[in-house]
Ligand binder design. Sequence first.
Ligand code: SF4
Ligand code: SF4
Length: 96
Amino acid sequence: MAMVDSIPDCESCGACCAYSWEWPAFIGDWDGDGIMEHLKEDGRMRCNGNRCAALMGTLGDSVFCSVYEHRPLVCREFTAGSDACRTVRAHLGLED
Ligand code: SF4
Ligand code: SF4
């Protein structure tokens, strides 16, 4: 099986956390309960450029979410190996 068909390792990726500042938004009336205020902004995660402020480490090398236990639903539902995952990885040059 070609490498591109295997499920990527999120801990050495982080692409979906640095794809768009609009992406890590809170859904419904959830206000980011449990997430520190300085990491939130206007109903979503604060971002530096397109990168979520909660993402720690080096993209494409070693990363982790500093609010993992409290991360938004959209983050929880994003699936490694999905078409969307492949798209954002390719956008950041982590996959062909
Ligand atoms: S883009 Fe895919 S592999 Fe990378 S962190 Fe997100 S879900 Fe994981
Ligand atoms: S909250 Fe965590 S999982 Fe969600 S975009 Fe930010 S760093 Fe990624």
